[in-house]
Ligand binder design. Structure first.
Ligand SMILES: Cc1ncc(COP(=O)(O)O)c(C=O)c1O
Length: 495
């Protein structure tokens, strides 16, 4: 006779090799062993990483992945770990390596990595209170904390998202719906919201992130709805030009729905003049969005906070903790000055968050339903390291970018391709080399494991780009990458 409910439960289907299938009370010991094994292997792997990347080619790697028979499991966990060691870890791109200088990827804060394990193990979904409990309040506190750093008042709110692309989409959806609502309300004829869409326009500088144009497309406005506002020679939006563009827009019977200022452009690290742009937006009564995906680290910087002065006048802000707050992907948020704007994404479903629910349901504010408790990572980071440590790390890479720029100016093998950045990018070229030489030299250093740099175009010409986010990178590391570039570049120039 069974004596407890547990004994009535059928055993879960473990794998043919006896490995527990699910994480539960019975597999707690297996969990402990597995995590210890994973931690051991990752620690060993990190200790052995001596270059940012092996430079493996797709042709070399693809056959090994293709050869895996996904219908036939391996004998055990250890074999599966060996397999991902070969297929993934051996040739991974290591953002923590001091000579990884390419894209907007950061080394990750250790407490956040620990939190990642916690949140994946518990598997909280932070969409409703009844699926997340404390997770709901952790996320809310962090939104409140970030809003405080921005300088928003008590009516602010927001929600975590999957990244800057989603945060921008979310913010621009709110901007669109606010604009539509206003036009419909003020219209003398009966107008449907959808009829207003073709008249809506968004305004951004040529250096804003491509997710703005993508958002316009997704929001049914079309890419042409994004009006390009000229920037100055330091890649910052011109407030006077914005004013004129808004004026023209209204003059043509169109509707300005939102202005997107960038606090840290992806290529140049330039920060649009937020205070002056806020002024223009307020005068024209247009939604003001600040994309601070990159520059959000300034919110915790002691020395550079003033660069984002005026951000508190925005209607919405994008922050990417997975860029300048040293968080593992994904970790981002969209914040609004007035929480009522979030009503545009609220939908009440009987099964989930009925309108009469008295519980704090984060899904009411989000584009997503099931959603990771990414907030736990930032929480752990702040509780262990504190905000100042993050701010100092970001300050350090900004200083390093300035030192690198000065070094390049003095090095006859190179020319800078843009003025010194306000943040941590550096643009340059191998002097005398055409577009092909820049590309080949970049590919050659990556293939040789000597370093990784990014590429972009400035004034129609290929340029090399460093994006510095690792505070442990030294000028010496960067000089060694530059030397390798010059060495390979000389080879290709002669060819
Ligand atoms: C300024 C800016 N905004 C938005 C994004 C998009 O962020 P995510 O890659 O997190 O979607 C980026 C990415 O580099 C960015 O630089």
């Amino acid at each position: 006779m069974p004596t407890s409910a547990a004994e009535l439960r059928p055993a879960p289907p473990d794998s043919p090799t006896g490995a527990p299938a699910l994480l539960n009370r019975d597999s707690a010991e297996a969990y402990r062993e597995l995590m210890a094994e994973v931690a051991q292997r990752i620690a060993e792997r990190f200790a052995r990483v001596d270059r940012p990347w092996t430079g493996i080619t797709p042709a070399e790697l693809a056959p090994a992945v293709d050869a895996v028979d996904l219908d036939r499991p391996l004998p055990g966990f250890g074999d599966a770990l060996d397999e991902i060691g070969d297929l993934y870890l051996r040739d991974a791109v290591w953002f923590h390596h001091p000579r990884y200088l390419a894209h907007l990827n950061c080394p990750v804060a250790l407490p956040a990595v620990a939190a990642e394990t916690v949140l994946a193990s518990v598997n909280t979904s932070v969409d409703t209170w009844d699926q997340s409990a404390g997770g709901t309040f952790i996320e809310r506190r962090l939104i409140e904390w970030t809003a405080g750093r921005i300088g928003f008042g008590a009516d602010a709110d927001g929600v975590f998202t999957s990244g800057g692309t989603q945060s921008n989409l979310h913010a621009l959806l709110l901007a669109r719906d606010e604009a539509v609502e206003t036009v419909v309300k003020n219209s003398e004829t009966t107008l449907r919201g959808v009829e207003v869409l073709p008249r809506l326009r968004l305004f951004a500088s040529p250096h804003s992130h491509f997710s703005v144009v993508k958002a316009a497309r997704l929001l049914g406005l079309g890419e042409d709805a994004v009006v390009t506002v000229p920037a100055d020679d330091r890649f910052r939006m011109h407030p006077g030009a914005l004013d004129a563009a808004l004026e023209t827009c209204r003059g043509e019977g169109l509707v300005p729905a939102g202005v997107i200022a960038t606090a840290g452009t992806t290529d140049f690290g330039s920060i649009d003049p937020l205070g002056a742009i806020a002024e223009v937006c307020e005068a024209h009564r247009v939604w003001f969005h600040v994309d601070a995906a990159y520059g959000c680290g300034l919110l915790v910087s002691r020395r550079r906070r003033s660069l984002v002065e005026g951000i508190e006048r925005a209607d919405s802000v994008t922050v990417d903790y997975h860029k300048s707050f040293y968080q593992p992907v994904s970790s981002s948020a969209v914040l609004v000055r007035e929480r009522s704007a979030l009503r545009h994404v609220t939908h009440h479903a009987d099964y989930l968050n009925p309108a009469e629910a008295l519980f704090p349901n984060q899904v009411d504010k989000s584009l997503q339903t099931t959603r990771r408790l990414d907030a736990l990572k930032l929480w752990m980071t702040l509780r262990v390291l504190g905000p100042e440590a993050l701010g100092s790390m970001f300050d350090r890479v900004c200083e390093l970018a300035a030192e690198t720029w000065a070094h390049l100016e003095a090095d006859p093998r190179f020319e800078t391709a843009a003025p010194a950045s306000q943040l941590s990018t550096v643009l340059f070229r191998l002097k005398g080399g055409g577009d092909d030489v820049q590309r080949l030299a970049r590919e050659a250093i990556a293939a040789a494991g000597e370093g990784m740099v990014a590429a972009t175009r400035v004034d129609g010409r290929a340029a090399l780009k460093l994006t510095l986010l690792n505070p442990e990178t030294t000028l010496g590391d960067i000089v060694s990458v530059l030397d390798a570039l010059a060495r390979h570049g000389a080879k290709f120039q002669g060819a």
